[in-house]
Design a protein around this ligand. Structure first.
Ligand SMILES: NC(=O)c1ccc[n+]([C@@H]2O[C@H](COP(=O)([O-])OP(=O)(O)OC[C@H]3O[C@@H](n4cnc5c(N)ncnc54)[C@H](OP(=O)(O)O)[C@@H]3O)[C@@H](O)[C@H]2O)c1
Length: 72
């Protein structure tokens, strides 16, 4: 099984701010979409609940969300 790590980062290594990604770059999102198109997406619970989560975790995407909570 191939495993791919995708991270969008700024030149000074920022990947998030206040629970969201502090930029909106359609080309980045298109690259992300293309890269994970047929695979499973593994993510932490906070990213799932972030503002961009609605786009990233679209209905129908094969997704695994990790949490220590017994019930979400
Ligand atoms: N630039 C990018 O490529 C990119 C990508 C994704 C996210 N982000 C940004 O990153 C930020 C979110 O990152 P984050 O680190 O705060 O949150 P996160 O990694 O999305 O989620 C953290 C949560 O995951 C669960 N978790 C983590 N390790 C676990 C383990 N070993 N076992 C079970 N559950 C575990 C816990 O959920 P519970 O609290 O429910 O137990 C933890 O609170 C946001 O700003 C988001 O926009 C950026």
């Amino acid at each position: 099984m191939e495993k791919i790590i995708v991270a969008a980062k700024s030149d000074n290594n920022v990947i998030g701010r206040n629970g969201d990604v502090p930029w909106h770059l359609p080309a980045d999102l298109a690259f992300f979409e293309h890269t994970i198109s047929d695979g499973w997406l593994l993510s932490g619970r906070r990213s799932y609940e972030s503002a961009q989560g609605d786009f990233i975790f679209q209905k129908g995407r094969k997704t695994i969300i990790i949490t220590r909570q017994k019930r979400l």
